[in-house]
Design a protein around this ligand. Structure first.
Ligand SMILES: [Zn+2]
Length: 529
């Protein structure tokens, strides 16, 4: 498999901003040729491999020292405390279970982007006091076990599981409507067919998805990438409406995600080679930093999209070759978070709702893949949403409190994934705002998020929305010439992202029935109980 990852023609990525905010040109440093890159998928270069192992070994040593020091200090403290509080009449010898516990007391004097991850400071460290049962919090958005999920044992980069997302499914079913789904189990051909008929898809919508995949496959570059300027290569400008923004990682993720969403991976299905080449390109573009694997090529938009693609591919196949890349991309997101919880174009800068949306969805994909995501990262994301919400959380703004359509759709979807219940009154108010607007004729970015919000919430509002959205997209798909199978709508996002972006996000809207399992309710529970 040839691999010649070309440098992007530019490192500016401005696509897909909120409608409420003017596009922001993010000047970004050009990718330096001597920046360390991870070896591409299936192509471990010996020198790079040694470098990677040294990096992992150094980090492990750092973490091990932290764990050991924490354990020693806390053991001494506990023994001292036990000496004072243990009843003298007690004759049975007591045991102290020694375990590292979180040390959250250290003042945070560093910029978050400069902090090396401390895996000893894990939120769910064992309770060290005797044999009291560990108190397990209800999860933010736990997932049901996936038959496609990655194997638990992993030789590289293994980290402690996050207990908050590991609560048994039976516990979650107890008379509540808390979220528990959202996984990738619907992405098998059998489940896909069942969910399409059950959740409102049609043979026409499925045909549109398959036609879109054909178009996407035909517009993949020889190096495995996609570009928002889709006209080079075999297209030879036979399709119009190329994008104006350059990002090879973001565009390649947009190319890959509809395949993964429909159940096609590099291990199964008729698009194995397409997906493999795309993943190969993406992983080859990862730049190794001490904060994780950087796929930005300019902005966190592209990094978030690329991370979702790698995490989904890993979660769906369990391919151990992808695990390190997925974890390192997630680590980069963790470190790029602003202290007030959001993400924006550049790491560590105050957040906006749309960039934050992609990062939180990447974190969710990572949790589904059993990768390590610190709980404080998702907790801080909630803090960000609190900052930009309006009317108590029914509506959301772009960077400040507001009631903007696309940010509200993003904000509500994140609220669902972060733990809001299906019956939440604020979720109901916000959903009504979205459904009353109806699907946009041109803004697929708004439609993409609003469709997911309303699909997860269900009910009559969803059925009305879905009938309009689905049939509009099926009718609007190009049916002739080289453009057949693609979409383009004239709006700000379309002009930045072009036909590739529009086709990708439109296909994912039509994959809503199975791309993520329902977050709530009977639909997902029926088959399990
Ligand atoms: Zn074309």
């Amino acid at each position: 498999m040839p691999h010649n990852p070309a440098q992007p023609s530019s490192s500016t990525f401005v696509g897909m901003e909120s409608l409420s905010e003017p596009p922001i040109q993010c000047a970004s440093p050009p990718v330096q040729p001597d920046q360390p890159r991870l070896p591409p998928l299936n192509r471990p270069a010996r020198a790079d491999e040694r470098s990677r192992w040294r990096w992992l070994r150094d980090r492990f040593a750092y973490d091990a020292i932290s764990v050991f020091a924490s354990a020693v200090v806390h053991t001494i403290v506990l023994i001292t405390l036990a000496y004072f509080v243990w009843p003298e009449a007690e004759t049975e010898p007591f045991q102290v279970i020694v375990a590292p516990i979180a040390d959250n007391s250290a003042p945070d004097l560093l910029d978050p982007i400069d902090i090396i991850p401390d895996i000893s400071a894990h939120d769910e460290a064992p309770n060290v006091l005797m044999d009291k049962p560990v108190e397990v919090q209800m999860p933010d958005a736990p997932n049901i076990p996936s038959p496609l999920a990655a194997p638990k044992a992993a030789p590289v980069n293994s980290r402690p599981a996050d207990i908050a997302w590991e609560v048994p499914q039976s516990v979650l079913m107890i008379a509540n409507d808390a979220p528990f789904g959202g996984g990738f189990e619907g992405r098998t051909q059998e489940e896909r067919a069942r969910l399409v008929s059950q959740r409102g898809g049609t043979p026409g919508s499925e045909n549109a998805v398959e036609l879109a995949l054909v178009w996407l496959a035909e517009h993949q570059r020889q190096d495995g990438s996609w570009r928002l300027d889709h006209q080079k290569g075999s297209c030879n400008a036979r399709c119009g409406n190329k994008g104006s923004t350059a990002t090879s990682t973001g565009a390649t993720a947009l190319g890959l995600l509809p395949f993964l969403g429909a159940g096609y991976t590099h291990k199964q299905g008729k698009y194995q080679k397409v997906v493999e080449e795309g993943l190969y390109y993406l992983t080859g573009r990862m730049i190794e930093t001490r904060h994780g694997g950087d796929l930005q090529e300019g902005t966190m938009y592209a990094h978030g999209l690329a991370t979702i693609a790698i995490c989904e591919a890993y979660a769906m196949t369990g391919d151990p070759e992808l695990k390190t890349y997925a974890q390192k991309a997630i680590d980069f997101i963790v470190h790029a978070q602003h202290p007030r919880g959001g993400w924006r174009y550049l790491p560590g800068t105050p957040g906006d709702t749309t960039v934050t949306g992609w990062q939180v969805m990447a974190l969710k994909s990572a949790r589904l893949a059993k990768l390590y995501v610190p709980s404080h990262t998702t907790e801080m994301a909630k803090e960000y949403l609190n900052k930009v919400q309006d009317a108590g959380g029914a509506f959301y703004g772009y960077q400040v409190s507001g009631k903007d359509p696309a940010p509200t759709a993003v904000g509500l979807l994140l609220r669902m994934y972060l733990g809001w219940r299906q019956s939440d009154e604020l979720l109901g108010r916000g959903s009504l705002f979205l459904s009353n607007r109806g699907p946009s004729k041109t803004d697929m970015y708004f439609n993409y998020y609003a469709t997911q919000v309303l699909a997860h919430r269900g009910g009559t509002a969803w059925r009305i929305w879905n009938d309009d959205m689905r049939d509009y997209l099926v009718d609007a798909q190009a049916r002739s010439g080289h453009e057949a199978g693609s979409w383009f709508f004239t709006d700000r996002h379309g002009s930045f992202g072009g036909r590739l972006y529009t086709t990708s996000i439109s296909a994912m809207i039509l994959e809503v029935y199975y791309r993520h399992m329902p977050l709530y309710g009977e639909e997902a529970v029926e088959d399990e109980f």
